[in-house]
Design a protein around this ligand. Structure first.
Ligand code: BV8
Ligand code: ZN
Length: 239
């Protein structure tokens, strides 16, 4: 299996990775739906929405601050590093649903953050936007203009950043191999990206210890974790 995929990677002009919470799981960041899932303790469907934010900005901010502090101490794992390493040999674009910035910290340079970033905060009113790595003393944090700051993430019911989404669709529709890692493909429109790739004749590879909604559409599925499977794949690719 790994040999076949490594071969496909060798033949490919362009390789696209679509990643979700599962690739950061081995960096100690809980996924959404897993047993330790974020959505167990909190109902993210309720909290990751603009309504929840305006209803109870302090609670939503407490949730993000807890996640941000966890993400700040997390390290990219062997899965993130293998994707970054592959960039030395091939054109690699990473379309990630994650907001943790770990692909960039692993060294990947073509990363599209479909759902924004927890590192960046923006104003709910003016055009202030900046990366903030320190934790905020008071929640919700207030902008210089007097209005509330919010995490620069895409909440449910909010559109994805148009420029990022169009670029991601473009990459998905023009790649030869798409590797879907650590995502349950529940959330739309990100879950359409493998459909675009398939429509354009790409080889679809899935890396996930469990079945997903699109496992039946995958050309090849590696039932393993990202931090195990991706370095193995890279080692065989480099032989
Ligand atoms: C939009 C940022 C339109 C915030 C996120 C019904 C009602 C309401 C809405 C909808 C509805 N039906 C559809 C919708 C649309 C909605 C949606 O898809 N809802 C779902 C829940 C049904 N989507 C939206 O609202 C999107 N916007 O559609 O806008 C629009 C257009 C124009 C104008 C106005 C509006 C916005 C969606 C973005 C939401 N924000 N994140 C934050 O993080 O706090 S989504 C968030 O959840 C993540 O970003 C990610 O995308 C998603 C979680 O999914 P995964 O990453 O897949 O994680 P999950 O835990 O599910 O799975 C982990 C996988 O990893 C598993 O398969 C597991 O087996 C595997 N795994 C575990 N360990 C490992 C592993 N794999 C490898 N290695 C391991 N070690
Ligand atoms: Zn402001």
């Amino acid at each position: 299996m790994f040999d076949i995929i490594a071969d496909k990677l060798h033949q490919a002009e362009k390789i696209v990775f679509v990643t979700g919470a599962g690739i950061s799981q081995e960096s100690g960041i809980p996924t959404f739906r897993g047993k330790d899932g974020l959505w167990r303790k909190y109902d993210a469907m309720k909290l990751a929405t603009i309504e929840a934010f305006y209803e109870n900005p302090k609670l939503v901010w407490e949730w993000y601050e807890e996640r941000r502090s966890n993400i700040m101490v997390a390290k990219p794992n062997a899965g993130h590093l293998a994707i970054a390493e592959l960039e030395k040999f091939k054109s690699v674009h990473v379309l990630t649903q994650n907001i943790d910035g770990l692909h960039q910290r692993a060294g990947s340079t073509q990363v599209y953050e479909l759902h924004g970033s927890i590192i960046t905060v923006k104003c709910t009113e003016c055009d202030f936007k900046d990366a903030v790595r320190a934790s905020f003393p008071d929640l919700p944090p207030i902008c210089k203009c007097g209005k509330m700051l919010r995490p620069d993430v895409v909440w449910f019911g909010e559109p994805l950043p148009q420029n990022v989404w169009h670029a991601a669709m473009q990459q998905a529709s023009s790649c030869n191999v798409m590797v879907v890692v650590g995502t349950s493909l529940v959330v739309s429109p990100a879950n359409l990206l493998p459909v675009y790739a398939k429509q354009n004749g790409a080889t679809l590879v899935e890396v996930n210890p469990e079945e997903t909604l699109m496992s039946a559409d995958m050309d090849l599925s590696i039932r393993s974790s990202a931090a195990k499977a991706l370095p193995n794949l890279l080692a065989i690719f480099q032989r």
